[in-house]
Design a binder for this molecule. Structure first.
Ligand SMILES: Cc1cc2nc3c(=O)[nH]c(=O)nc-3n(C[C@H](O)[C@H](O)[C@H](O)COP(=O)(O)OP(=O)(O)OC[C@H]3O[C@@H](n4cnc5c(N)ncnc54)[C@H](O)[C@@H]3O)c2cc1C
Length: 155
């Protein structure tokens, strides 16, 4: 299919056939903390330990993340309201608690130093070097076909 003929909504639907987990990427900036929901998280490298998040150029998160430390909070299946909150649909009262820059109760935490940024079209690919991580057993929140979903936790 030629580029001009590509239907954006159909392309989105096609990309949505890739099932993912859901994260909230958080960081500290001059006015405080900031978080946003992202499912573009990818593990990249073990040596050095690197991860990737693709950030829409239009988000407020992008200038906060550039050259900054950040934390990837991998959400549990009971944190859907938190995912909605950090996707711009603010929930009152807030359905989460901070633990530093971490979202308390998440399935895993990955703290990163800035490593590199790459052009990703209408997104910027932010690569972080892992400085600390923690994880627990449990079931992850999943995202598939534009909807939140669940997967069985590995036993
Ligand atoms: C499942 C899913 C996956 C997504 N994946 C991606 C992705 O990979 N890349 C991408 O670029 N976009 C992704 N998005 C969209 C992205 O989450 C929104 O565009 C995002 O809300 C934009 O954030 P912002 O920084 O522009 O907005 P903001 O409005 O600044 O922040 C987003 C929300 O977080 C809340 N918030 C932020 N900081 C705090 C704080 N300190 N305390 C309390 N609340 C706070 C705000 O109230 C707001 O509702 C995804 C959305 C969903 C639902």
């Amino acid at each position: 299919m030629g580029e001009m003929a590509m239907d954006r909504r159909e392309l989105r639907n096609c990309f949505g056939r890739f099932a993912t987990g859901v994260t909230v990427v958080t960081c500290l900036h001059e006015q405080g903390s900031h978080g946003f929901t992202a499912n573009s998280f990818t593990s990249v490298s073990l040596d050095p330990p690197l991860v990737l998040v693709s950030v829409d150029r239009k988000t407020r998160a992008l200038p906060y993340l550039k050259g900054n430390r950040f934390t990837v909070n991998i959400l549990r299946d009971d944190q859907q309201q938190t995912a909605m909150h950090f996707a711009g649909k603010s929930q009152h009262p807030a359905p989460f608690e901070w633990d530093g820059t971490r979202i308390a109760g998440s399935l895993a935490y990955i703290d990163c130093d800035p490593w590199a940024e790459y052009d990703g079209g209408d997104h910027v690919l932010i690569v972080g070097k892992v400085t600390r991580f923690e994880y627990e057993d449990g079931a992850p929140l999943a995202f598939y076909g534009g909807k939140f979903s669940k997967v069985a936790s590995p036993e």
